[in-house]
Write a protein that binds this ligand. Structure first.
Ligand code: FE2
Length: 281
């Protein structure tokens, strides 16, 4: 049986990738964010996952505004990075797990999630930066990946409730999976930020802290927010929180292992969280 070891959440702003590429992790601007990762690395060294299911949002690389699936899941043998070019340079493809991807797809469609299946899929900084943050210098990282893209760009977006349900369906699929995969589930994005419009630069630490708390103990509370609420409270790009909510949905009761919250990083409230799935512990 596959085992869900825990969940990881992290921000993915491209500037983090640039900082990694330039070796700036110890600089005063970056240190408060990067200094939070060694506990995550220690947890991962103990947990020894071999698969990462990554909830993230595509930034116009695979899907643009003309064609935007609400949920899209990778079923490729490998995933190449083809990012905008100014962040983290990544040349090696990430390894996929086509068999597991298809079993998840079967389960999700059976559970009434009409996912778009992608037998070819490029990944951008929303996948590459979490990989480099959690497995620094490992090229490729020691996990096969199953990327699951959530539309956080082209309205209407899936609701927080639907994303929580998607995560729960992925959790149920993994719990029923006949493989012996050791799985971590990643939520990539957020937290509060807004890059455009009259509120450009908007951050909301109070709401971010509320979310970080609710992600541990009361994810249902987050499911109650409408998309309009989330845009207002987290910012128009802060809705990337949906990936964290999906990640949390895949887990049962959790024990928080570590958390970082620091702002601003590139006009974004940057956060990282490690949650251990109690069932696996
Ligand atoms: Fe993003």
């Amino acid at each position: 049986m596959a085992q869900i070891l825990g969940g990881l959440g992290t921000s993915h702003v491209p500037a983090i990738g640039k900082a990694i590429a330039m070796g700036l992790q110890a600089e005063p601007y970056w240190q408060p964010f990067f200094s939070g990762f060694p506990p995550a690395h220690r947890w991962l060294a103990k947990a020894r996952p071999d698969v990462a299911v990554v909830f993230y949002n595509d930034h116009g690389l695979n899907f643009f505004l003309d064609k935007m699936p609400t949920f899209a899941i990778g079923a490729a043998a490998e995933y190449c990075n083809a990012d905008e070019g100014w962040g983290l340079p990544v040349s090696q493809p990430y390894r996929g797990d086509t068999a597991l991807s298809w079993r998840l797809i079967e389960h999700l469609v059976e559970a009434d999630f009409d996912v778009t299946t992608c037998q070819e899929m490029l990944v951008d900084h929303a996948v590459c930066i979490p990989m480099e943050l959690f497995w620094p210098g490992a090229h490729p990282p020691p996990v096969r990946i199953v990327p699951i893209a959530i539309n956080t760009v082209q309205h209407p977006l899936p609701s927080a409730r639907r994303c929580l349900a998607l995560g729960r369906a992925v959790g149920a699929a993994l719990a029923a999976d006949p493989s012996d995969a050791r799985v971590v589930v990643i939520g990539s994005g957020g937290l509060s930020h807004q890059l455009d419009g009259a509120r450009a630069g908007f951050l909301n630490p109070d709401f971010d802290r509320l979310c970080l708390k609710a992600l541990v103990s009361d994810p249902e509370a987050l499911a109650a927010y409408s998309t309009a609420d989330l845009v207002e409270l987290a910012g128009s790009q802060g809705v990337e929180l949906l990936s964290w909510i999906a990640m949390r949905g895949a887990l049962g009761a959790v024990t928080p292992v570590h958390q970082v919250y620091h702002l601003p990083i590139s006009n974004t409230a940057a956060a990282m969280m490690v949650l251990e799935n109690r069932a696996a512990a």
